[in-house]
Ligand binder design. Sequence first.
Ligand code: AMP
Length: 187
Amino acid sequence: MIIILLGLIGAGKGTQAKKLVESMGFLHISTGDMFREAVKNKTAIGLEVEDCMSRGDLVPDELTIKMLLERINRDDAQGHLLLDGFPRTISQCEALELALLTKNLQIDFAVNLFVEETILLERISKRAKIENRQDDQVDIAKQRLDNQRKSLKEVASFYSKTNKFIEVDGFGSVDAVHGRVMQEISL
Ligand code: AMP
């Protein structure tokens, strides 16, 4: 099964991804985590994306797609995947479809965790204090929200066309939200 986990910043994607990995054994691939790791380790990609990320902007498609495709072409990525934070643009959606097609795979569901934006901003400012994430500072987070709202709409409409888009109420306890997600993806 291949699931794309969607949601605006602070919607609980990371937390729900962990729960899904525990209960379903997915390989979790988060482009945000990969970029943060690259920045931390000062790799060539990290140095290239650092400014972009700290402004809250999306990293250019070419670089993001290349990194993601390299990841899903590794031996451990054999079709039981949870993609988190990718795709975020139509080009990314198309590149992913094509790459999966050549592996005879396809996306099962694109699950959006929906949470009201006032609640999102509260969660983000809390996380900024606890984790000291520069891109969670409130001004930057607002910028990320603006970018993400637009890109989420594009990605949602892409997967709606093939009836793969599912919206789940992301408000409530971690377990309650996880239960809703599981219900939606159970075949
Ligand atoms: P995230 O943790 O998924 O919100 O990602 C953190 C940051 O990494 C984003 O604000 C972007 O700068 C960058 N990023 C992660 N995934 C993507 C993507 N699919 N396309 C472009 N930029 C991305």
